[in-house]
Design a protein around this ligand. Structure first.
Ligand code: ATP
Length: 199
């Protein structure tokens, strides 16, 4: 079974694209969603986060997101430390999930692959790209966020031009009506790639 990475900048449409692969019966793993779940359920993560942030890290057994966000905002080094706790646990969880799948390939959606040089964890990589103004507007609408917050995140992500150079496939998501066709075409190419590399 091969692992296909699905990446792209904030608001590019990764999850929207992942759901289209799911409709083709391809198992999808959304790293961000799983990380959020694990932060509330994994005792290992909980213990380490309390050690890092103190008892206030959890409120009624749920991650105290506003407190964590404030702490990270005031001291950026906390983000790296939190990632160092959460990412390995997500990696282990993904391996357990993968062992239960029965499909020619799986899709793992992760916003950050190239930025952290994680390409070697994937057999193929798909990047979703879209015009910056469209991404900005979509995220503002979805999260009731501000342009400043979204632009600050974009600034820390690799540009679409650089991502395209490093990707095996690219999906242009400026217009929802073309998405399904692009996904079907890539799905066929991946299946062909698997056939050609396993003979
Ligand atoms: P994030 O990086 O924040 O996790 P994402 O890359 O997974 O985001 P989505 O959540 O799939 O992106 O899309 C962001 C928002 O834009 C969603 O509300 C989605 O419904 C909407 N959206 C996605 N694609 C399009 C499109 N082509 N036209 C209009 N809206 C879209």
């Amino acid at each position: 079974m091969i692992i296909v990475g699905l990446t792209g900048g904030i608001g590019s449409g990764k999850t929207t694209v992942a759901k289209l692969f799911e409709s083709l019966n391809i198992p999808i793993y959304i790293a961000d969603v799983e990380a959020k779940l694990l932060m509330n359920t994994s005792t290992g993560i909980k213990e380490k986060l309390v050690e890092l942030f103190g008892e206030k890290a959890y409120l009624n057994d749920e991650l105290n997101r506003p407190f964590i966000a404030d702490t990270i905002f005031n001291n950026k080094s906390y983000l790296k430390k939190m990632n160092a706790i959460v990412h390995p646990e997500v990696g282990t969880h993904f391996k357990q999930w993968l062992a239960q799948q029965n499909s020619p390939y799986v899709i793992k959606e992760a916003a950050i692959i190239f930025e952290h040089q994680k390409q070697s964890q994937y057999d193929l990589i798909i990047s979703v790209i879209a015009d910056e103004d469209k991404r900005l507007q979509r995220v503002i609408n979805r999260d009731q966020s501000t342009p400043e917050k979204v632009l600050a995140i974009m600034k820390n992500q690799m540009s679409d031009i650089d991502k395209v150079k490093l990707s095996d496939f690219v999906i242009v998501n400026n217009d929802k009506s073309t998405l399904k066709k692009q996904v079907q075409k890539i799905h066929k190419s991946i299946l062909k790639h698997i056939k050609n590399t396993t003979i």
